[in-house]
Structure formats: C-alpha cells, structure tokens
Design a protein around this ligand. Structure first.
Ligand SMILES: Nc1ncnc2c1ncn2[C@@H]1O[C@H](COP(=O)(O)OP(=O)(O)OP(=O)(O)O)[C@@H](O)[C@H]1O
Length: 269
C-alpha cells in the first residue's frame, strides 16, 4: 500500500491490478528551475511489458523516468506538472508516501551501485528498512530475489562476500535482486547495461525478458538495437517532447514521424 505522510490516505492498488494500462501519464511537464526538460508528455504504460525510452542525449528520457517514482523530488530545482496515475492513484499528489512509491516502482541505475557491504546485506538492507526483520523470512527473500535475478547459482556459496568483489554484470544483477526483493510492480531501468560488456548485457536483456512476465519494465536506453531486441513498446523523445510512441516493431519499421525516421537511421544522435 502506498500510504501517506500525515494529511490524507491514498491507498495503493492491490496486487492484482487486472488492467492493461498500469501507468497513465498525461501532459507531464518537468522543469529544472525555468528550464523545461519534459514537455507535456502523455503516454500509457502497459502492464507486463517492456517499454523503451529512446532519443538523443539530453532529450529528457531520464527526467521522465525519474518523474514516475518521484526521484526528481530529490533535486531541489525540479518540479513536475500534469498527471501520472498508477492504477488510478495520482502519483504527483503531495500526500503520496514516496518511500512506499519507490518500493512499488523500483529503480536500477546505469552504474551498478551496490552498497560496500556483503551480498546478503545488500538485499536485506531495504527489507529491514521496510520493517521485515525475521531472519528466516529475510533468508527466503534473499534466495528468491537472487534466483529471480539469475545470480543465485553464482553467489549462493558466498553470500557473506563483499558485493564489490562481484563483476560489473553480477553487481548489476545484484542491484536488480535488491529491487526485486521489495516486490515491486514496476521496475525503472536507467541505461542498465551501458556500463557493461556484451556478455553481461546479453544476460541482463535475457533477464529483463523473463521479468516482464511478473513485472512491468520501463527502460531508458541509448542503444536502439537493445530497444528493438527487448521492448514491446518504444517512445522516441526529442528535445523534451514525445515525438512518437508505438509498438517497437512499428516504430522501427514504419515510423510515422520524420524525426523518428531520421534518428533511427542515424542521421543524428
Ligand atoms: N539536475 C538537473 N538540473 C538541471 N538540469 C538538468 C538536471 N538534470 C538534467 N537536466 C537537463 O535536463 C535535460 C534532460 O536531461 P535528461 O538527463 O533527462 O536527458 P536524457 O535524455 O536522459 O539524456 P542522456 O541520454 O544524456 O542521459 C538536459 O538538458 C539536462 O541538461
């Protein structure tokens, strides 16, 4: 449940959302001070799909992604306008408990960022924060999330080892496991493979395709091939605007907008 901070209670949707659209964004604008980084973007995110956000550097992809789970709140100059509804819940409402929201909409970043602690501690940290303290339950959740992140077989005999002793690709899967342990509904990925080698990238892409059976994934990527390989739907952003949003195959094979065609044909980057 997404609770609240004081004033009013806003209930989080129950687990079984039972709807095609899990997140509905309408006229979302995001500003950093006077600068408008995202301009009146509207789009639906379908449940149990991978949605890719593509576009040239600085076009607002990450800002849009971070608006969804209110990560931009941590930037003093940032301000969002418009509407983001998560199964009907207005996420931009000031009364939303952002900590609960970020549990429900977990985030995986570009650079694997495990804590300088053991593999086990990396996963239980967030669980303890959210009030889970029973050892047996923590142990079960650690194993489950590492299995789901396709890392268990590689680390089951060294859960006490430092997370920093893992390879970059393993660290990123640990960060995914850390997110999964909190049982999110939506996982936001901000260029999750751009710091990884091709083999680790392939493992993460395979994992993402497996995860969409249970979760809804939204991924910012610079890599158009990656979007074409894994995404069901793709949104092309340019200078803060959403230029085109369609099924990935359509967007790449028959873009309706000239700017999309130019971008995917490599005429600008
Ligand atoms: N904290 C911030 N303060 C001020 N401006 C910012 C901030 N973060 C991003 N911006 C600006 O907002 C615009 C969009 O940035 P954003 O990082 O969302 O783009 P992006 O498409 O994700 O870029 P990239 O692909 O390079 O990561 C850019 O002009 C950027 O300089």
């Amino acid at each position: 449940m997404i609770g609240v901070q004081e004033k009013k209670i806003i209930e989080l949707p129950q687990r079984d959302l039972g709807k095609e659209t899990i997140v509905q964004v309408d006229n979302l604008s995001v500003y950093y001070g006077d600068f408008q980084a995202v301009k009146q973007v509207s789009l639906p995110i379908e449940k149990n799909t991978i949605t890719a956000l593509i576009g040239p550097s600085g076009c607002g992809k990450s800002t849009f992604l971070r608006a969804l789970n209110r990560m931009n709140d941590t930037i003093p100059s940032a301000r969002s306008e418009g509407s983001i509804r998560y199964d009907g819940v207005p996420l931009l409402d000031a009364a939303i408990d952002v900590s609960a929201l970020r549990k429900e909409m977990g985030m995986v970043f570009q650079k694997p960022n495990p804590f300088p602690k053991s593999i086990y501690e990396n996963i239980v940290h967030g669980l303890r924060y959210h009030g889970i303290r029973k050892k047996s339950q923590l142990k079960t959740l650690v194993q489950e999330s590492l299995e789901q992140a396709a890392l268990w077989d590689e680390v089951s005999d060294r859960l006490d080892a430092s997370a920093l002793s893992l390879s970059g690709g393993q660290q990123q899967r640990l960060c995914i496991a850390r997110t999964l342990a909190l049982k999110p509904q939506v996982i936001l990925f901000d260029e999750p493979t751009s710091a990884l080698d091709p083999i680790s990238t392939a493992k993460i892409e395979k994992l993402m395709l497996e995860l969409k059976e249970h979760y809804t994934l939204i991924v910012v990527t610079h890599n158009m091939q990656q979007a074409a390989r894994i995404a069901d739907n793709t949104a092309f952003f340019y200078q803060g605007e959403l230029v085109e949003y369609n099924a990935t195959q359509e967007l790449f094979n028959q873009p309706t907008e000239k700017r999309t065609a130019e971008y995917i044909n490599g005429q600008f980057s």
